[in-house]
Design a protein around this ligand. Structure first.
Ligand SMILES: NC(=O)c1ccc[n+]([C@@H]2O[C@H](COP(=O)([O-])OP(=O)(O)OC[C@H]3O[C@@H](n4cnc5c(N)ncnc54)[C@H](O)[C@@H]3O)[C@@H](O)[C@H]2O)c1
Length: 722
């Protein structure tokens, strides 16, 4: 052994080959600060080893190297930009010093080689992978760009156009794709990987392969003619500008960096990369996207823990109601491998439920994401029925019948009397209290809410709602089932609106206030979509949710929080409802919906809506974009803070992910709490105080003022809880 560190070692094998083996103490190999120290020391040891003739990089884990340690990023990136440049240069220098070892080098790549893991292989002269490989530079998904030489080495290896595509999409590539584009030199079966790498390295040592010639282009400027240069970068920039948009600067900074560095040697190009990386590390988008990655880990971690704690595995499920939601739930359960009975009271509904599932599957087949065999298997996993007979032996029931407390109470009691004593019963209600529904059940400990979002197959969130009698076992089993369905579950406590709708309705109230004061709803939608970044502005979202549903929910919320969320006089939503404008479902709401000559869906602001509001709202008035954003977002953020303070949602991470996964909160803003903290607690409070006279939804809590005063972060409170 010529070097032994905590996460990697260098051993001199026969024939003078040094095996540089990454084998961290944790479950995966990643580049954290300690690994960098090891890496640097290992390079020194190899340079000082007189007998070394070549270097083979391997992994002792099922994955090669998964990337940099993202958990260190947010803390590190608090440094000012001018200090981050030397910080990242220290890291890229180690990769350069490895690349400069005056011996042939090869990476034997298995499983994931992402980010820093991919960059480690790029610093080698040759790359042999096995068929399990997944290789790529996904930094852009964290609002960053490669920082360990990826932007320098990859374009010089596979051409600027291919490299920009790899880096601007952040996609991971399978072995064959990476081989075709020239990132890999060979692909072999997993059992042949080591021998193949050794054999190729020996050929280089013996002079049969010219490793110096292979390395040289990586040290020089990119070989591009003026025309090629112009064509490549202009085309790439055009595509990126259209796709990524202004809220996601990382892809454009990446391509600009590669372009600016094209005429430079490695040292010059690396300096460009160091600067570009530091610039991106300081953007709000990077903070937000890194925050999302960490918060997602929190959710996944909790789901995994629930899976271990759950005493009851869900192997067979039932859904009651084959409507929009029931059909979607049946599809999702079946698709992810849990057979499900779909019960309704009428045949037509069952047909519709199955047709919905088949429709989703057909689209997947058309897009090449599935095939007829898989489609048949999924459909076979759904058993439609009109009777309770086949529901008897299921492990979990999801009730998704009409939103009527009496019907739900009757259906829940019925099903409870049919299933076994340890079966879990859940409700997909969006507004009815879980404690209220549990009141007449014999086994309330086996009951909780399981709130899916529409459309079920697309929306990642499931709120698992704990009632006052719900047992921990029930929560654990339902969380595990939701995760098995491929969803991201968050556990919330029972309260009106649960978590997501509870914070959404104050936002809608902010919108209604604005319209009542004369705002043009199309202008509000435009600001909230284009500037704030929501996938739909509030008027459009209300149309999609359904004006009738929204009006009903407003009633529920005002009953639950009578002072803060009291129904507004002349609420534009109620005005539309009274005029039978139910939104997208009947083709008329704030907008009119239809189809054009080619059958494409259309959406135009409805003249009738303007007329109705002219009669019940103040005269038309323009509002500044900042004003619009503040008046909608302050109520939402305030309510999220209340939910955290009341323990409705357990952590800032879950509060953020709930809105990201349930409502499509703009990812570049990270979630409501990340948005609050990016603004700064003091700034948010100052802004909210300006609007406090508008009502309670604008008034910040004492708890928030306390947090601001003591300079605390909601995310550090999460760390303490964990
Ligand atoms: N649609 C949404 O966007 C959405 C989102 C989240 C939650 N939810 C909730 O999901 C539930 C269902 O909503 P939906 O939109 O799917 O409604 P829907 O009207 O499309 O479907 C309800 C189905 O329940 C069936 N049904 C009625 N009584 C029944 C009974 N006794 N036994 C079995 N089936 C019965 C009906 O025949 C119908 O097929 C509601 O509680 C709703 O609040 C809806």
């Amino acid at each position: 052994m010529i070097f032994q560190g905590n996460s990697l070692s260098a051993q001199l094998l026969d024939d003078g080959i040094v095996e540089l083996k990454y084998d961290a103490q944790g479950s995966v190999n990643k580049f954290d600060q300690a690994t960098f120290e090891d890496f640097r020391a290992a390079v020194d040891a190899i340079n000082n080893c007189a007998d070394a003739k070549g270097v083979m990089v391997t992994s002792g884990k099922p994955a090669f190297i998964v990337g940099a340690d993202i958990t260190e990023f947010l803390e590190t990136f608090k440094q000012p930009e001018d200090q981050l440049i030397p910080w990242v240069k220290t890291a890229s220098d180690v990769f350069d010093s490895f690349e400069d070892i005056q011996l042939p080098t090869i990476a034997a790549i298995n499983g994931f080689a992402l980010g820093g893991g991919c960059e480690m292989t790029l610093a080698c002269d040759y790359r042999v992978a096995d068929t399990t490989v997944n290789i790529g530079l996904p930094e852009v998904k964290l609002g960053l760009m490669p920082g360990f030489g990826g932007t320098v080495r990859l374009p010089r290896l596979i051409g600027a156009d291919n490299a920009v595509e790899w880096m601007s999409t952040g996609k991971a590539h399978k072995a064959e794709q990476a081989l075709a584009v020239g990132v890999l030199d060979a692909v072999v079966k997993p059992e042949a990987l080591r021998d193949a790498a050794l054999s190729m390295l020996k050929s280089a040592i013996d002079g049969k392969l010219d490793w110096r010639a292979k390395r040289q282009p990586k040290l020089e400027p990119l070989r591009l003619s003026k025309i090629e240069h112009m064509m490549t970068f202009n085309t790439c920039k055009g595509m990126i500008a259209a796709k990524a948009g202004k809220h996601y600067p990382a892809p454009m900074v990446t391509v600009n960096t590669i372009e600016a560095a094209a005429g430079l040697d490695r040292a010059g190009a690396m300096a460009m990369e160091n600067a570009g990386f530091a610039k991106l590390a300081k953007t709000e988008a990077a903070t937000a996207q890194i925050g999302i990655f960490m918060a997602d880990q929190v959710i996944k971690g909790k789901a995994k823990k629930a899976g271990k704690q759950a005493t009851k595995a869900v192997n067979k499920a039932a859904v009651l109601g084959a409507g929009i939601m029931g059909g979607g739930i049946a599809y999702q359960s079946a698709y992810k491998g849990t057979p499900i009975i779909m019960k309704d009271i009428n045949d037509q509904a069952l047909d519709l439920g199955l047709t919905t599932a088949a429709g989703i599957l057909t689209k997947q087949v058309e897009r090449g994401r599935s095939n007829a065999k898989k489609m048949a298997k999924v459909l076979n996993n759904i058993t439609p029925t009109l009777s309770y007979d086949s529901v008897k032996d299921v492990d979990v029931v999801v009730e998704a019948v009409v939103e009527n407390p009496k019907v739900k109470a009757a259906v829940l009691a019925e099903v409870e009397s049919v299933v076994s004593d340890d079966a879990i019963v859940t409700s997909n209600t969006s507004t009815i209290s879980i404690d209220l529904l549990a009141k007449d059940l014999k086994r309330p400990e086996n009951f909780c809410g399981m709130h899916f979002f529409n459309p079920v197959h697309k929306m990642p969130l499931v709120e698992v709602i704990r009632g006052k009698d719900t047992s921990d076992e029930t929560v654990a089993a339902v969380v595990a089932y939701a995760a098995k369905m491929g969803k991201s579950p968050i556990v919330v406590n029972d309260c009106p609106g649960f978590y997501v709708n509870r914070v959404l309705f104050p936002y809608f109230a902010g919108f209604s206030h604005l319209v009542l004061e004369g705002a043009d709803f199309t202008a509000v939608d435009k600001v909230m979509e284009k500037q704030f970044g929501w996938p739909m502005g509030p008027a459009y979202l209300l149309d999609v949710v359904g004006i009738d549903t929204a009006d009903h929910c407003t009633g529920v919320m005002s009953a639950g929080f009578p002072t803060r969320m009291a129904k507004l006089e002349n609420d534009p939503v109620s005005t539309l409802y009274r005029n039978e404008r139910y939104g997208q479902k009947n083709g008329k709401g704030f907008y009119d919906y239809g189809t054009d000559k080619r059958g494409k869906p259309t959406k135009v602001p409805a003249e009738t809506a303007f007329e109705l509001f002219a009669a019940s709202c103040s005269d038309k008035k323009d509002f500044a974009a900042d004003d619009i954003i503040a008046r909608l977002m302050i109520p939402l953020v305030n309510e999220v803070v209340r939910c955290l303070e009341e323990g409705v949602v357990a952590s800032a991470a879950e509060a953020d992910m709930g809105l990201l996964y349930g409502l499509g909160f703009p990812p570049f803003r990270g979630g409501p709490i990340r948005y609050l903290e990016t603004l700064g607690l003091d700034n948010f409070i100052a802004m909210a105080d300006k609007y406090a006279h508008l009502g309670e939804i604008y008034q910040v809590t004492d708890g928030l003022r306390e947090m601001a005063k003591s300079g605390q972060s909601y995310f550090s409170t999460d760390v303490k809880k964990a």
